[in-house]
Design a protein. Structure first.
Length: 482
């Protein structure tokens, strides 16, 4: 009996050991015994997104000049910066010829590249930014907006892009914003950047009225008032910059408090909520760097305006770029944005020491700001090749800069083994159009053979651009038996 009992104990122990072994084997199979080949075949096949060859950036840039200016205001630094520092190509000048909108791609002195932009090359190389030349530099905001409506289809046709970035200096920024209010659902605009733009009008509109009154008063001024009026006229002549006092633009730029009908109406208009609004605001006084001191200028203008029956000279010296107050330059200060504070989340303001026209020609600061932002992560997924023998990670993101100015690193932390960092080569990062029509940057990383992909792994994805902005996200690899 004792012998038989001992045999039973040994048998029970053996069965227990066998059971434990089977369980451990099953557990091991669950954690590391995945049939990798079978699992790879369950992954979706690599996407066949169309590679974009017509532009280097997802949103081509359209540059709008200001009141009394020409498209050449951008020439010295904007064109050079975009071409030399960012590697973009100037797509041409948008203008009207004989009443018809056209894209002028002729090579001129502004281009810093040696590539011709006519004939076959004009159609094969990318077009990334465009300059606008409005027909009349002092026309109404409405007239400029209608021309912009005609120009943008040419940009979309040339680049095959879905949206643009609108950058406007002075009245060009107002025109870009007014365009958005007229196209709430079909604006095709990702971002608007206004630079020193009078979104709520400018006291300059009063200046032109004052000048006309001074000229009338001078006709019969006495010897005491004549020198004062002449000094004021000289000052206003320096401000005018070739814009006639009766120009339609002057009428449209009248502030609501000065009786401006256009501004009174447009500051209340609804704006699209799916646009990024950026206001670049200058903080320079009108006479800070000129021959006149601020105090001296204000004293002269007070006496001049008193002589002709006007007041309000202080409005010319509000904090701003010397033409427009800081408040007027800030889009989030518009009544429509102020009514609902949530609307202000889509608008931001950047203050610079100066945003005068000369600053556009002497600095690339504003050009950089137009493209400054963090890369936006759009998604990441695993795909297989056609025969299902290999897998790859595809990372999608959007950046205002071209893919050549962005980088993607992947840190692999496997369930078993050491961490690895993989830098995706630039040749494997490209701009593509997805089936839904959206344009994204796509980075492709074949899964390295040095990792046991039959086991789980955590992946940290790091997307960066040359401006030093970084976005970090994660993705898990969790293989399983089909």
């Amino acid at each position: 009996m004792q012998s038989q009992s001992l045999q039973h104990k040994i048998l029970h122990a053996f069965c227990a050991i066998l059971f434990i072994t089977v369980c451990l084997s099953a557990l091991s199979a669950c954690s590391s015994g995945v049939n990798l080949g079978a699992y790879l075949k369950t992954l979706p096949e690599s996407s066949t997104a169309e590679r974009i060859t017509t532009t280097k950036i997802p949103y081509p840039i359209v540059l709008l000049h200001g009141l009394g200016q020409k498209a050449t205001v951008w020439d010295a630094f904007a064109v050079r910066y975009y071409e030399e520092e960012i590697g973009l190509n100037h797509g041409g000048i948008l203008r009207k010829v004989n009443g018809k909108a056209m894209l002028d791609t002729k090579l001129d002195a502004r281009s810093t590249t040696n590539l011709p932009v006519t004939g076959k090359d004009a159609k094969t190389r990318t077009a990334d930014f465009f300059t606008v030349a409005f027909s009349n530099p002092a026309d109404s905001i409405g007239a400029w907006e209608r021309e912009l409506e005609e120009f943008l289809p040419l940009v979309f046709q040339r680049t095959k892009a879905d949206k643009v970035i609108l950058i406007g200096y002075s009245m060009g920024g107002v025109t870009a914003r007014y365009y958005l209010t007229q196209h709430l659902n079909d604006h095709r605009t990702e971002r608007i950047v206004s630079i020193g733009s009078p979104h709520q009008g400018s006291p300059y509109a009063q200046v032109f009225k004052w000048k006309t009154s001074i000229q009338e008063k001078l006709k019969d001024a006495n010897f005491i008032m004549k020198p004062i009026l002449e000094k004021g006229l000289d000052m206003f002549n320096g401000m005018e910059e070739g814009v006639p006092a009766d120009a339609p633009a002057v009428r449209d730029l009248m502030r609501p408090e000065d009786g401006g009908a256009f501004m009174s109406r447009t500051v209340l208009m609804a704006h699209p909520l799916d646009v990024d609004y950026v206001s670049v605001v200058g903080k320079v006084d009108l006479f800070k760097e000129g021959a006149w001191s601020k105090a001296g200028a204000m004293d002269i203008l007070r006496r001049v305006l008193a002589a002709i029956g006007y007041g309000g000279v202080e409005s010319l010296f509000e904090s701003g770029d010397g033409v427009v107050s800081a408040k007027s330059q800030t889009m989030s200060e518009l009544p429509w944005f102020q009514v609902d504070k949530r609307r202000q989340k889509i608008s931001r303001t950047i203050a610079l020491p100066t945003v005068h026209a000369d600053h556009l020609k002497q600095s690339n600061e504003i050009q950089r700001l137009s493209l400054e932002d963090k890369p936006e992560f759009k998604g990441a997924d695993f795909y297989r090749n056609t025969d299902g023998t290999q897998a790859r990670l595809v990372v999608e993101f959007v950046d205002y800069l071209p893919p050549s100015k962005c980088g993607v690193d992947v840190v692999i932390d496997p369930d078993k083994g050491e961490k690895q960092r993989v830098m995706i080569p630039q040749s494997d990062i490209s701009l593509v159009r997805k089936k839904n029509g959206s344009i994204v940057a796509q980075a492709v990383m074949p899964l390295p053979q040095s990792v046991d992909w039959s086991r789980p792994a955590d992946l940290e994805i790091i997307i960066r651009n040359t401006f030093g902005n970084t976005t970090v996200t994660s993705k898990s690899w969790s293989p399983r038996n089909p």
